[in-house]
Design a protein around this ligand. Sequence first.
Ligand code: HEM
Length: 452
Amino acid sequence: MKTDREGARAPGSFCMARTPAGIDVPPGLFLTSYTGLTDKPRNDTPFLRHLLVHPAHPADMGALLTSFANLVFELGRRWRFTLASGRFGTLARDMAYSTTIRRRRRTRRIDRAGNPAAIGRWLLFVAGLVALMVVVGGITRLTESGLSIAYWKPVSGILPPLDAEAWQRTFAAYQATPEYRLVNRGMTLDEFKSIFWWEYVHRLLGRLIGLAYGFPLLVLWMRRRIPSGLKPRLLLIFLLGGAQGLLGWFMVKSGLVHEPQVSHYRLAAHLLLAILIFSLLLWTALDLLEPRHGSRQRRWRAMAMVLLLLVVVQIGLGALVAGLKAGYAFNTWPKMGEHWLPPELFALKPFWRNFFDNAIMVQFLHRLNAMLVAGWCLLIAVSTWRFEAPPRTIAAALALLLLIVGQIWLGIVTLVEGVPVAIAAAHQAGAVLVLALTLYFLHMNRRTAHHL
Ligand code: HEM
């Protein structure tokens, strides 16, 4: 074949196309009929790449025959090579690869049975309801309403007291609790109603989320509309939702015995389980709504995972601060009172208890870890810019940095102002937003089959 300096064919010369397998085939013959592709090879068919030839005419029976001949030849060549060299690995790898391709095509075919985008939007909606639930839960705690309903009736409790007698019964149950005896003795029925409604709305929203998730899940399942690989995860989310209801009552119960205060461990567990359910819902929604998300870049994936860990630790510490009412002490910033390191940091014994039960240490850690979160996110933003990440990745990193700075500012105001309800509730909402954007950034940079 005559070519000029650049390897291009000389005009008007008759040329044979050479496959990567070194087979010369006459012009006009090519393989599209076999691969079903146009002239650009798809990168998920390495096994077939060797057989591609230069296209000359689309629907050429000769091309089909030639490609089939090539395929037989190629398979024969590989078997001979494998038998001769004993390197079954190469053939096995290629076979495995095409099996993966076949499996992926099959799942894609099944996925098409459902409507991934609609299911993704439904999951996003439920995630939004869970985020709202976290904030309503925070307001219920901040308004000291969490212990107002001294019983748990998952089904019949859906209705509030509808008449005076029913209100009297509910109020009487509350009057038997430590909170009424030790904190709200002499409270009137009307005053009781103001704390009752927050707890009632919190529990009602929990039931509504159960319905908004459980009912569509049941319908989709029965109509076989759930994308195949998602069933276990959607079932897990349902079970975790049920467990969250139980954990919520288990937490309330801890405040109905001696002290009118729920266990800060159970509060932290309740908040962290809510955060886990929210994350699973959001991640699954992103899987369905952003299937193209993914990156070959390990750097941002690894950094995003570290950030996610720091944010989850920060949320856990925040729950301990809230549960121990630590926000009502040391209402100064940046110092804690007169000190950078208050002397009471290690006041408790044994030593480990300081990190969970010592309100001063927990507040100190919440402040310190917030700076770690901000510093690490700054590092991510700078590295996305420095290493020329795709514009969407740079924008997401910058948005995350701004959100975290805003959340820190809200935290400082919550502390300095002595935990006003509205600001503290906004701080709680900000924490969920920081988590959501961190998950989104990680999802953008996730590893997928297409980005191996
Ligand atoms: C990335 C930064 C931060 C995140 C993600 C975060 C998250 C949280 C969360 C989830 C809570 C628990 C709310 C609850 O259970 O109701 C909380 C509580 C709290 N945070 Fe932060 N926080 C951050 C930074 C800060 C900073 C910098 C301060 C102050 C210097 C601060 C002060 C507080 C206070 C005082 C509370 C207790 C409020 C209450 O009793 O409800 N936070 N935080």
